[in-house]
Design a protein around this ligand. Structure first.
Ligand code: TEU
Length: 568
């Protein structure tokens, strides 16, 4: 039917429940808050939502530390609230993807509590990665791995054994060689599939299987600054992130082991047993793109996040290379490409693009750091979005980007909650700045996030201009830009189109202007300093910002993207 393999072209909106909308008044967003605002999402024109974790959790990593995979945390509501959300979303034609966190559990998960109680050598410990320490009294960690959040990846328990945690100490890694771990997660998949979810976003999908013997390793484990956006480019390439040499970081013994694919083949079969095109999307910080594409081979996952844009500068040649490389790598395995500009782990793209090096630094920004130029960032952010939405494939949006929200860069340090902030010894700013509660109403306390005005993180006073009610129906607003683009993208079927680079458009310097054709649409992104003239009689469908010139001679100013239809 027309909706078969919907995920190939879907625009999927990430809801971070803690910060989307609060119905209870405690200042923390919840599932009924999401349900109440589903009409906003339907009006925006997205195809699906991905809900970040709402399961029972002590919230040591904002819910990515799950204590019970089959229940909703009381701060977010109840299972009944989840069922309501799902029914209402489906009625509005919105699919729902939930987040599955299989690499680690919470330290409050029943299995981990049992493992602590049972002691060394017990079957309970075998579900996790417990080891004896090194050194005469075992006081040295079993190997030299460090946690993604900083510090050693091992913690010692009272009886002297150590357990592995690639993330926080409160997120013990499971042992995926253990058959019970495998059956348990297949059951968890079925639990949510039976309730009617349309798919799963698989957290740290490249991390589950570790190299046998857990060998020492001297590379970086950090996920973000290690990304080399462009496969095959040499280290001297100035378009690239400086740290690209650290890219090998993701291929250490803790990530992207061949054995992980067997798990996803099993899961593929589980999903295939259900009607309705359920989908799996891999969160795998893996490179190069050919290596990432292995996660979306025909019998594995359906999508993988393509994080290339997070580390690519605002540079026409660099962007063209990553777009081409992304499409090629996915075409080779018959999977759709995905595009991502923002998510809950990185600096919002409007702020990345407002920095001097324009775009390539997705780590946190603090008040002492270089501050983004908010207007420039917004302008480029809108241009980047219109470029992304003009590409074939599936696109992910992070809540608030439809409002043009910037990163909150002036949070008081004592309010920061991200474990990456304090585990790194404050060398990382952490991810709180992109997780600030959304502004819905310009004049309400807390910008209408909660009925009481409470917000779990403070919002900058300057956010009134970004509130939904300040933008809805306002020509030229970021919200109306997203709406128009999503509308056109759907009508013109750009998601299932194919890309052709257009060279030699008069006046468009390929060093600074990207020009591509997708179905009937020509997408032109001007990343240069001066205006680019549009071909005569080109019909402008949508523009990321104001255009210049007269009706007969339209030109596209710097840092602006347009979609046009050519005459004839
Ligand atoms: O993130 C995976 C990951 O390794 C990075 O995005 C990481 O969060 C970042 O480098 C830290 O600075 C996933 C989730 O998206 C993230 O929110 C969780 O914290 C993490 O897994 C652990 O579950």
């Amino acid at each position: 039917g027309p909706h078969a393999e919907w995920w190939r072209r879907a625009v999927i909106y990430q809801v971070y429940p803690r910060s989307f909308a609060d119905s209870s008044g405690d200042g923390i967003g919840d599932l009924p808050g999401v349900t109440d605002r589903l009409e906003h999402l339907a009006a925006l024109g997205i195809d699906a939502v991905w809900l970040s974790p709402f399961y029972r959790s002590p919230q040591a990593d904002a819910g990515y530390d799950v204590a019970d995979y089959r229940d909703v945390d009381p701060i977010f509501g109840t299972l009944g609230d989840f069922d309501d959300l799902l029914v209402r979303a489906h009625r509005l034609g919105i699919r729902v993807i939930v987040d599955l966190v299989p690499n680690h559990t919470s330290d409050e998960h029943a299995w981990f509590r049992a493992a602590l109680a049972a002691g060394p050598g017990s079957p309970e410990r075998a579900r996790y990665v417990f080891r004896a320490g090194k050194g005469p009294d075992g006081s040295e960690p079993p190997n030299n791995w460090t946690s993604v959040f900083g510090g050693p990846a091992w913690t010692r328990v009272d009886d002297g054994e150590w357990y592995l945690h690639l993330f926080d100490t409160r997120q013990p890694d499971l042992d995926w060689e253990h058959p019970e771990v495998r059956t348990e997660f297949e059951d968890v998949l079925r639990f949510w599939l039976d309730r009617g979810v349309d798919g799963f976003r698989i957290d740290v999908a490249h991390g589950l299987v570790k190299a046998p013997g857990l060998p020492d390793w001297d590379g970086e484990v950090s996920m973000i600054e290690g990304s080399d956006a462009v496969p095959g480019a040499d280290a001297g390439d100035t378009d690239l992130v400086e740290e690209s040499a650290a890219g090998a970081g993701n291929r250490g013994p803790m990530f992207d082991q061949d054995g992980v694919h067997e798990i996803y083949r099993d899961w593929h079969r589980v999903l295939a047993g259900y009607e309705g095109d359920r989908a799996l999307v891999a969160e795998a910080w893996v490179e190069p793109l050919e290596r990432l594409a292995r996660y979306v081979r025909p019998d594995e996952m359906h999508q993988a996040f393509n994080f290339s844009f997070l580390t690519t500068r605002w540079d026409a040649a660099a962007l063209r290379r990553v777009v081409t490389a992304s499409l090629e790598a996915n075409d080779a395995v018959g999977a759709p490409t995905t595009w991502v500009l923002s998510n809950h782990d990185v600096v919002r793209h409007t702020s990345r693009l407002g920095l001097r090096d324009a775009g390539s630094r997705p780590k946190g920004i603090g008040h002492d750091d270089e501050q983004p130029d908010e207007e420039l960032g917004l302008r480029r952010g809108r241009a980047a979005t219109l470029l992304m939405l003009g590409l074939p494939g599936s696109a992910y949006l992070f809540q608030g980007e439809e409002l043009g929200l910037p990163e909150h860069t002036a949070l008081d340090d004592d309010l920061r909650q991200d474990p990456a902030w304090w585990r790194s010894g404050h060398t990382e700013r952490g991810r709180d700045g992109c997780r600030v509660p959304l502004p819905w109403a310009a004049d309400a306390p807390g910008f209408g996030f909660s009925p009481t005005g409470a917000t779990w993180l403070p919002q900058p006073a300057s956010w009134a201009r970004y509130a939904l009610d300040a933008q809805r129906g306002v020509a030229g607003s970021t919200y109306e830009l997203y709406r128009a683009a999503l509308d056109l993208r759907r009508d013109l079927e750009l998601g299932t189109g194919s890309l052709g680079w257009v060279d030699g458009l008069p006046g468009a310097d390929p060093a600074t202007t990207l020009v591509l054709a997708n179905r009937a649409v020509l997408v032109l992104a001007n990343l240069g300093a001066g205006p680019v003239a549009l071909p005569e009689r080109a019909e402008v469908l949508v523009a990321s910002g104001p255009l210049e010139g007269t009706t007969d001679a339209v030109s596209v100013p710097a840092d602006t993207t347009v979609w046009v239809r050519l005459p004839g």
